[in-house]
Design a protein around this ligand. Structure first.
Ligand SMILES: *Cc1c(COP(=O)(O)O)cnc(C)c1O
Length: 462
């Protein structure tokens, strides 16, 4: 299987090449040239598999023999061995046919561990085989940074540079990054905001001449295809656990960069019987406005109680557009580069098709807190603000209460004290493996919002 760019002006690439980069050279995102298809019988035959065995079935065709099967299986096993729940992605019932899938049992307590643990294992294998070294560079508003550091710190051939906005991430989130041990782990606190961090990373990817000879940058945000691939698995796992593929079910997905829900879309395209896919957003609701009103326009970025979804333009949406536009890369390029001052619209037929695939709902901070409180009062289960948005969207958009509706619980509430406190509830304890977090020693470099300072620092560490 080859991977092609959504903008159609880059050569096709292998799985390994796609793993070791970020955007395609033409600025597009890589997608598989053809999507694997699984028959009803084939999916049904996986009913008894545990999580890693199922992951192997789903991931194998994407890797296309570039990693030997035994090595791939070992990488998957190691990726999920550190999860604290034996089911890896356990399901919990909140009400009649109302479920949440707990995706926060990994080392950093958010769903990003699913993909970044595997990314670290795959990078380790591929880089050792090639005798190559790479630098990972990523910007984070919280969850991605710690998951990337935990996933890749054991890789001898990788140095990690994670940029976070100085004094603008929560203390738990900062400590989850800055207390990770290892000579190859470098945290940079940028005197600026998240957008500044992201701009620095983007510019550095565009001109990598500051790196020593033979080095290249690898992306850890969800533009990296391997992240999407790993996330397809838990849609199949949830469905098989609740009687799929013999019955349909629906998923509600708290959405920021559109990576997680795009993985659900792919699961459906690959043959999983999925009824509704619900895009759940906070007040940064550009996707909800597009799906509900056919208006795609920038707004002012708002800071909410669900900071991991405070994103204006979702990068993975371009991957979906590529499909919606029937792989017309020119049309994709025109649409995504046309986003600016004035609002864009999809052609009526395309918009109708997008609405057949996705429902959407936007939730404000007050409602988020109300849902956290209501769910706790009715079930004694504490959800994080992102999950609460997913639950609310599921309840508002549900068109068939006779089938399971599964909300993806994307993070542990202990990471988001502001929302839990505002909901009037007590903070939970840190999980056992993190209980000394506040006492561990921190390491990070504070730098100006200045490309030269950042690249000089990186160079000095390699
Ligand atoms: C990253 C993140 C999201 C958004 O996921 P996307 O794949 O970017 O849409 C939602 N909730 C939490 C807790 C996250 O960390």
């Amino acid at each position: 299987m080859k991977y092609i760019s959504t903008r159609g002006q880059a050569p096709a690439a292998s799985f390994e090449e796609v793993l070791l980069t970020g955007l395609a050279p033409d600025g597009g995102l890589y997608v598989p040239e053809t999507l694997p298809q699984f028959s009803h019988e084939q999916i049904a035959s996986w009913a008894g598999l545990d999580y890693p065995s199922l992951a192997l079935e789903i991931i194998r065709p994407f890797v296309n023999g570039e990693i030997p099967e035994a090595e791939l299986r070992a990488a998957i096993d190691r990726s999920y061995a550190s999860f604290t729940h034996p089911a890896i992605a356990p399901l919990r019932m909140l009400g009649h046919n109302e479920w949440v899938m707990e995706l926060y049992c990994g080392p950093t307590l958010a769903f990003k561990d699913f993909a970044l643990q595997l990314l670290g294992q795959l990078l380790d294998y591929v880089l050792k085989r090639r005798g190559q070294k790479v630098a990972i560079m990523g910007a984070t508003s919280g969850d991605t940074g710690s998951a990337a550091l935990e996933g890749c710190r054991h890789c001898d051939n990788v140095d990690l540079f994670i940029l976070h906005p100085h004094q603008r991430v929560s203390e738990v989130q900062r400590r989850q990054m800055t207390t990770v041990p290892g000579d190859n782990v470098h945290n940079i606190a940028v005197r600026g905001n998240f957008d500044d961090c992201q701009r620095l990373v983007k510019t550095a990817f565009g001109d990598q001449s500051f790196l020593p000879e033979g080095w290249q940058l690898v992306a850890v945000n969800s533009i990296n295809w391997a992240r999407i691939m790993a996330q397809i698995v838990y849609y199949f796992h949830a469905s098989l656990s609740l009687g799929g593929p013999h019955r349909e079910m629906s998923f509600s997905v708290p959405t920021g960069n559109f990576g997680d829900i795009y993985a659900g879309f792919l699961a459906k395209r690959m043959g999983l019987p999925v009824k509704q896919l619900i895009v759940a957003t906070n007040r940064n609701d550009i996707l909800h406005r597009l799906i509900s009103d056919n208006e795609y326009s920038l707004g002012e970025l708002e800071h909410t109680l669900s900071p991991s979804m405070d994103i204006m333009v979702s990068s993975n949406f371009e991957r979906f557009l590529f499909d919606l536009f029937e792989r017309d890369a020119t049309a994709v390029r025109e649409f995504v580069t046309g986003l600016g001052e004035k609002p864009l619209q999809l052609e009526a037929q395309r918009w109708e098709r997008a609405r057949e695939i996705f429902a959407s709902h936007a939730v404000d901070d007050d409602t988020t807190c109300e849902v956290i409180r209501q769910v706790f009062e009715s079930t004694e289960f504490l959800v994080d603000p992102h999950t609460a948005i997913g639950i609310q969207a599921a309840r508002s958009c549900n068109v068939d209460r006779s089938i399971p509706m599964i909300t993806l619980a994307t993070a542990h509430p202990v990471k988001f004290a502001d929302a839990v406190t505002r909901a009037g509830l007590a903070m939970p304890d840190l999980p056992l493996h993190m209980q000394d977090l506040m006492a561990r020693s921190e390491r990070y470099e504070v730098l100006d919002n200045d490309l030269g300072q950042v690249t000089r620092f990186i160079r000095s560490q390699l």
